[in-house]
Design a binder for this molecule. Sequence first.
Ligand code: GLU
Length: 512
Amino acid sequence: MTERRVRVRFAPSPTGPLHIGGVRTALYNYLFARKHGGDFILRIEDTDQTRYVPGAENYIIEALKWLGIEPNEGVGFGDGSHAPYRQSERKHLYREYAEKLLASGHAYYAFDTTEELEAMRERLKASNIASQYDAITRMAMKNSLTLSEDEVIRRIGSGEPYVIRIKLPKKEEVKFQDMIRGWVSVSTSQMDDKVLYKSDGMPTYHLANVVDDYLMQTTHVIRGEEWLPSAPLHVLLYRYLGWEEVMPEFAHLPLLLKPEGNGKLSKRDGDRLGFPVFPLEWEDPSTGEVSSGYRETGYFSEAVVNMLALLGWNGGTTQEVFTKEELIQAFSIERVSKHGAKFDQNKARWFNQQYLRQRDDTDIAERLKPVLVANQVHASDDYITKVCGLMKEKVHFPKEIWDLGYYFFIEPLKFDAEVVKKRWKDFAPAFIGSLKDKFNRSTIFTAGEIEKLFNEALAEQNLQSKDVLQVFRLSVSGMGAGAPIFETVELLGKDKVVNRMERALNEIHTYA
Ligand code: GLU
């Protein structure tokens, strides 16, 4: 067989905002496609109309765009060589394949009502058998295997609702090779005769998924571990439809786990521990409930991509910070782990910090501006940029520059009582007083000059830097830690600094 062009797809169902686990699936598909010079397709699997959520599809597209992991084909992308890419618009295509399976004896009609199915479940439960519609139980149900041909024709002719089910052999091993897990083998005795085609004239996920992967010439199915139990069924569908030759290779990705490691990462974990589990903010259209997003929280998309790439994959070296191009080069399915990857919020923040440090001060300033506007603060672009330059080593997010450095823009709201208690010793007022006088007399107010005056004051009072450096910082910022202090003081400017030191002398003793 000639080498086929690599074609992979991300096939979400538009049932709500895309979870970051889904984003990671999309990312691995993207990296794999780019690495092999292939196509990355976005297909929307919306056959279950009852679970359709308005806005979800746009959300998915916007998220992929924001992250810079754009498909080159599919809903919202590319020239549409295999269009349409929404399964609801491909409805007319699937019936033919269900018919083909009926004709070859690999599928059958079933007429059982909800009550009859429920009664079957109860019966099986009473005899302690896992309830399945399978090779044994189907013989006691109303389907084209148990009813006469005339009866089947009559029922269909009279418009009675029916489904089409796959007909699985009673006991047969289904084997396939997963790129991550190796050989997987499941007996059909553990599987059930899944519905392929529903009474509403829509295919189920299984049929539509396999038919579309075939028609769209998918070469590799890279998806979440939750689909592993469906894979044997899909393998049988490829076989029964005569497509085994072109069956895609499967790679089932490990789960993203809760930070504690027990169980799948959920939205509730994010709410409980205060981190987003969605790429973008999402407002639930029915409840109005808003869930936070990485973008709105201040994450750089590159940091999110980098973090997710390493949750379940590693490059085999100690390198952690990867550009997207480096990821494309380094990525391989062979290095994806079988085991679930624990989500680590601190690592996510750490990645953001790495990318923040690489940014230009002007770029960070642009991201800080909306926060300043929201706090009714006005400052020149030049000043904001300088603040960002001083603060960027200290924070994980642009908005933290306000949280931890608001005193660059407005007067300190208070003096940190902890620091006062620990550091505001008897000698502090005299030191701050003398330094303030030196500042007042000085005509140059540069970081170098400020440091010189500081050292002079130290020498005169027989103090060491560690005795008063934090006190000095406290007097001008209200805080015990922050950006390099002499540069901070220079940027604040002489008048402001002298006023603040005066205020400190008047106020701090009231804290003790
Ligand atoms: N529609 C499925 C989902 O929502 C796709 C699974 C697959 O990739 O086959 O995840």
